[in-house]
Design a protein around this ligand. Structure first.
Ligand code: ATP
Ligand code: MG
Length: 203
């Protein structure tokens, strides 16, 4: 079996989808913790295109969200960033993300990592049944949200507790708009990038 392959000879690829507007330490801790617990070979962060259920609020340009995700993950050899959702354009549907990753990585089993808030919405996602055929789902704890697999297919979802970080991108944007610090909520390079590009100033 190739280096890094699991027991069945297949690579174990985590998938962390998000708007990442901006990426913060809650995302990074969740990905790192799940990578260790599930013996993943790699976690690929996938910033959304025009995001699902957020089309009515202003979302930063995809290139800014992509670059912040690259800055935040660059130093971790297990982390990578994919442009598939950004380059596809339009709203992002998780079935499209997982289908595309499946064709790109035919040798890998996919593990989709999602916070408790997003997991509870899965049943309202388009093509919910297909999702569970494409990937194993891993729901992680998030402060302020109940983590439950009620109504989700048995065996298709694992629930794991990760270190609690009460950080959200919404709160980070609000802080920048008010002139409050986001140091230590997001990686240093992301603080500097937000400042350089003057993001979130007008909210
Ligand atoms: P926003 O406030 O703009 O919705 P967010 O902080 O929720 O931003 P997203 O990009 O929407 O970040 O989330 C991407 C994924 O990361 C989702 O599955 C979400 O549940 C998960 N996630 C975000 N923040 C945390 C956190 N602090 N702990 C655990 N999971 C998180
Ligand atoms: Mg969110």
């Amino acid at each position: 079996a190739p280096a890094g392959a699991g027991q069945n000879g297949r690579r174990r690829l985590g998938v962390m989808g998000g708007t990442f507007d901006p990426i913060h330490h809650g995302h990074l801790v969740a990905a790192s913790e799940v990578a260790a617990l599930f013996d993943l070979d790699e976690v690929v962060f996938v910033p959304t295109g025009q995001p699902w259920q957020k089309s009515h609020s202003a979302v930063s340009p995809a290139e800014d969200r992509y670059l912040m995700t690259v800055i935040a993950t660059a130093s971790n050899p297990q982390f990578s960033v994919s442009r598939i959702d950004i380059d596809r354009g339009g709203k992002t549907y998780t079935t499209d993300t997982l289908r595309d990753l499946h064709s790109l990585h035919g040798d890998a089993d996919l593990f989709f990592i999602t916070g408790a808030d997003a997991l509870s919405q899965i049943l309202s996602w388009r093509d919910a049944e297909e999702l569970f055929a494409l990937a194993h789902f891993i729901g992680v704890t998030r402060p302020g949200h109940d983590l439950t697999d009620d109504g989700l297919p048995k065996g298709g979802v694992s629930l794991v507790e990760v270190p609690a970080l009460a950080i959200s991108s919404t709160d980070c944007r609000g802080r920048v708009a008010q002139g409050d610090p986001v140091w230590y909520l997001v990686p240093d390079g992301v603080v500097r990038y937000i400042d350089k590009r003057q993001l979130y100033r007008g909210e």
